[in-house]
Design a protein around this ligand. Structure first.
Ligand code: CTP
Ligand code: CA
Length: 210
């Protein structure tokens, strides 16, 4: 039966001033592949995406955002409609405390930025948004991949977490292939390295079995 998926994707941009921002290396490919795969399987898809240089997959409802705060707001509005939510976005953990209206001028030899934590969007799904459907997170790790992913699963109330080793150059962030494990509360399933689209079809299938 067709389901309604909500998928977050891409990086976020956190403005420093009118001409600069903080971001990360996420390309958005994994989230877009998930959205395309779910739509291809006949599901309804709401894709909430930070800035990406990718074509929006056909048949997907697309909601572009820029900052983590905007992504939080969009997810809070749309998650109630979804039965399956997949959080593939690489949300910036911090944003600048103050964003001056004018460009920051080059004055001293050093520049200190003060940052404040962004809201945890996935971490708000259950407790703040009251979401009761299937919840899937991602975990970007450079060490202790499985343990860290399971910690996130428990803290954020996920059904499973897609664990990514982002220290590897051949997979992950900008690559077209990925090698991930699906971390559940009581077991872990390693998926073979594959094209992000093929992996997405598998993740969509697993999400329907929760
Ligand atoms: N996430 C989110 N909102 C944030 C930070 C993360 O929704 N402000 C989501 C990501 O989309 C991902 C999951 O939380 O599905 C884990 O993100 P990750 O960066 O791996 O973990 P963090 O909880 O941010 O912890 P850390 O970066 O310290 O490992
Ligand atoms: Ca993070």
């Amino acid at each position: 039966m067709a389901k309604h998926f909500l998928i977050t994707a891409g990086p976020t941009h956190e403005p420093l001033d009118p001409v600069r921002y903080l971001t990360n290396r996420s390309s958005g490919k994994m989230g877009y592949a998930l959205a395309g795969a779910a739509a291809h399987e006949g599901h309804r898809v709401t894709l909430i995406s930070g800035p990406c240089d990718l074509e929006v997959p056909e048949g997907v409802d697309y909601l572009p955002v820029e900052t983590a705060a905007e992504m939080y707001e969009a997810v809070s509005r749309y998650i109630g409609k979804a039965q399956i939510a997949i959080f593939a976005a690489a949300v910036a953990d911090y944003r600048p405390v103050n964003v001056p209206e004018q460009k920051i001028k080059k004055t001293g030899n050093t520049l200190t930025l003060e940052l404040v934590k962004n809201p945890d969007i996935l971490g708000s799904a259950r407790e703040v948004f009251g979401y009761k459907g299937t919840l899937i997170g991602f975990a970007a790790e450079t060490e202790n991949v499985e343990d860290n992913a399971r910690g996130k699963l428990q803290r954020k109330g996920c059904d499973f977490v897609v664990a990514n080793d982002v220290s590897r150059q051949d997979i992950g962030f900008n690559a077209s292939e990925n090698e991930v494990s699906l971390v559940y509360a009581n077991h872990t399933e390693a998926l073979p390295k594959d094209d992000k689209y093929q992996l997405s079809l598998e993740i969509i299938k697993k999400s329907l079995e929760v």
